[in-house]
Design a protein around this ligand. Sequence first.
Ligand SMILES: [Cu+2]
Length: 259
Amino acid sequence: MKFRFAICTLVACTAIVFSQAPPAPTEDRVGFPKDYKSAFTKLLTFDRPDNGQIRVIWGNDIASNTPLGDPYPYGSVLLFESYSSKRGAGNVILLDENGRFMPDQLTTIFVKRKEAGFGEAYQQNRNGEWEYVAYLPDGSFQTPPQNSGNCAICHLQAGAFKDFTFRRDRIARQASGAAPLATISNYAFVPGNLVVPKGTVITWYNDDEIAHTISLPQAAVTTSNLDQGATFQFRFEQPGEYDVRCTIHAGMRAKIIVQ
Ligand SMILES: [Cu+2]
């Protein structure tokens, strides 16, 4: 528990503020799934360009077989491994030939489990029936249960309709977790035009609520429908100008200039 003293001279008051960790369980009912690499399914590898972390999301059979839109059944376990990524000169994040971050060190394994009656201890921040614990790779605590209140606060953002789980749309669409260089939003390619060096892999991410396609006439490529959360990747080997079109909405136009 931390104490903070605030003295408000204008109103001549002195207040003592107790800032406390948010409410959380005191006991680990999640459990470190030692054998996850053989027993779980790898669902998504997600690159975070803001901090260079790679998140590899895994689910046990119950969680992995739950369709998008359904709540996860009891017994579901989801986890993500957090890796640092390899950096080059100037601390620049290095990319592999597919435009992906390259894992360096496995630092933390964040785990959540859903069981009947779980989550009550988070009180006002309760996420349905999930509880959270984070472990170091040796299975010891990184975030013990009593400090996991912030996990619940964060996962509240995913909302009850996604059963408090992020990236479900990407997992369901088998999307790439690469950081997109372009997105589709409000019936538009964003940014409209993009200039890249040859050899660049561009990942488009459909952030719109309806399906679009991506057609590159000069490369003779047209995707099938990309639902929300889906991605499409293409490597531009040859310099030139490439039109980008949606075959459903004729007004959607952009250009990739490859140098
Ligand atoms: Cu479209």
